[in-house]
Design a binder for this molecule. Structure first.
Ligand SMILES: [Zn+2]
Length: 499
């Protein structure tokens, strides 16, 4: 029996955390078991945690979210502590050695630690000032804020046998959501290992919505920041699920079993081509997080028309690739964003090929003197279209080659499925050639390194024209017309269909 007090308590507890668990009730037990198994097997940190040298951080936030107290106890004395953002020096206050309560001086944005090292650190952070400097808060209600750890988290570099445990102590009325790896079963507690770090990492505090939902192969933890206006949380969750499910259409499951999503509503802005999804990116900081900025005025139906979320989720099919081979990560994500939206019936087959053809034309006109590697070196801003579309052309070439020589048994989908089995999620950075060699090792005859040798350093644009013509993608007056009699017409249509 449940009495009124218990119900009131439950309601209060729910109000404090405002967590909604949407799960398939029939399969709850099996799902829970699967999640537990994934947590144990996918996290080598759990196995080594007992032997690891541990630095412990306790972080206290006051009810008004105006200040934060940080106390760190180091497993061994540390010689240097840094924050990722150079702005962090503007928010830190009262830095002390808590062993003897002496003050630690700051000079040129650096902490002057004792020569014998430091075992205990205490400082406060002007959270209000840090939140005001964070552009992500522009349209959010003052009951919830995002402040990147880059702006307040002073920490030592970690070696492989070291970890940091971060525990947040918050008033009942506040929740926290950080884009770090949670410690299973421990509330508001995270474990950081020697892995990729991001200056865009998120720590959210306040009364936002935190929703966990299952899709094939993954639990999505969705943090929905609350804007000043009303937003329809349930419909935003439906949209996030639908776009993440687009990636499931590649090989039947989502590539990362524990993925974070952060939704930041913005007012008075639209993305390129008047898109209601303004901008998105992947944050890799011990976990993988997709952060999406949306027009809070919606309507949410417009979110479905944007390719941005599908593009960002597609990035998770590959590990983090270093910027000198950026055409690989952007190219494969751009290829898949079009393929997957066609498979999800958001694009017709014709529209998907139209998008690809138009993109190849933009890529061809962008910095023709540069090779894909040269464009990556010139960087986003210098050669954006060359980076994105030369990589997309090479993705298409690889996919067609794989399908052609295996009679459709193999494809980019099946190779990426094997990559996920062996190597994802990966919390380190990869060079592009390491990735291409790994992909080649997963198939009988290499496809990827031969394409690399042919195109990566070649100025101009990869030769997709003859390939498009063999696929039956004809273009008249800028309009794609699909030819069913073309030699590779079967491959063309199978690319855009779910396996
Ligand atoms: Zn991208």
């Amino acid at each position: 029996m449940v009495d009124g007090t218990a119900i009131l308590f439950a309601v209060k507890a729910f109000w404090a955390l405002r967590t909604i668990i949407i799960s398939n009730m029939k399969n709850t037990a099996r799902t829970l078991f699967t999640i537990a198994a994934i947590c144990v097997f996918a996290d080598p940190g759990v196995a080594t945690a007992a032997n690891a040298l541990t630095h412990e951080y306790l972080i206290t936030v006051d009810a008004t979210m105006s200040s934060m107290q940080v106390e760190a106890s180091f497993g061994a004395p540390v010689q240097a502590l840094t924050a990722r953002s150079s702005d962090a020096r503007n928010f830190i206050r009262d830095v002390r050695n808590c062993d003897d309560d002496t003050r630690i001086r700051m000079r040129d944005g650096r902490m002057r630690l004792p020569e014998k090292g430091l075992s205990c650190l205490r400082y406060s952070v002007n959270l209000k000032k840090a939140a005001a400097a964070e552009r992500r808060n522009a349209s959010l209600s003052d009951r919830n804020i995002i402040v990147s750890p880059a702006a307040w988290f002073w920490r030592p570099e970690l070696r492989d046998n070291e970890q940091i445990i971060v525990r947040f102590d918050l008033p009942e009325s506040l929740a926290v959501s950080a884009t770090w790896k949670p410690v299973p079963g421990e509330r508001n507690t995270y474990r950081l290992m020697n892995s990729l770090r991001s200056s865009a990492a998120v720590a959210a505090f306040g009364e936002f919505e935190l929703v966990e939902t299952q899709i094939p192969g993954a639990t999505l933890s969705i943090t929905i920041m609350q804007p000043t206006a009303e937003i329809d949380t349930d419909r935003i969750v439906d949209w996030v699920r639908a776009t993440a499910n687009n990636v499931v259409l590649a090989y039947g499951r989502f590539p990362n079993p524990a993925t974070n999503v952060v939704i930041v509503p913005i007012s008075g802005q639209r993305g390129r081509d008047d898109s209601a999804v303004i901008f998105g990116h992947v944050i890799r900081d011990g976990t993988e997080t997709i952060e999406l900025f949306v027009d809070q005025a919606g309507p949410i139906a417009d979110y479905y028309e944007s390719w941005i979320a599908t593009h960002e989720f597609s990035h998770l099919m590959l590990p983090y690739i270093r910027s000198r081979h950026r055409w690989m990560s952007e190219g494969f994500a751009t290829y898949y964003q079009n393929v997957l939206m066609a498979r999800a019936h958001q694009y017709s087959e014709e529209i998907a090929w139209q998008n690809l053809w138009e993109g190849f034309e933009r890529g061809r006109l962008s910095r023709p003197e540069l090779s894909p590697n040269g464009a990556a070196r010139a960087g986003i801003g210098g050669a954006t279209m060359k980076i994105y579309w030369s990589g997309t052309a090479i993705a298409l070439m690889a996919d067609v080659e794989l399908r052609q020589r295996s009679n459709g048994e193999e494809s980019l989908d099946s190779v990426f499925e094997k990559l996920q089995e062996c190597c994802l999620p990966s919390d380190r950075s990869w060079s592009g050639t390491e990735l291409f060699r790994k992909l080649d090792s997963l198939i009988d005859e290499p496809v990827f390194m031969p394409l690399y040798r042919q195109y990566a350093w070649a100025p101009g644009f990869p030769d997709v024209e003859s390939l498009l013509s063999r696929l039956g993608v004809d273009v008249r007056d800028g309009n794609v017309q699909l030819q069913s009699g073309a030699p590779l017409a079967g491959i063309r249509s199978s690319i855009m269909k779910e396996r």
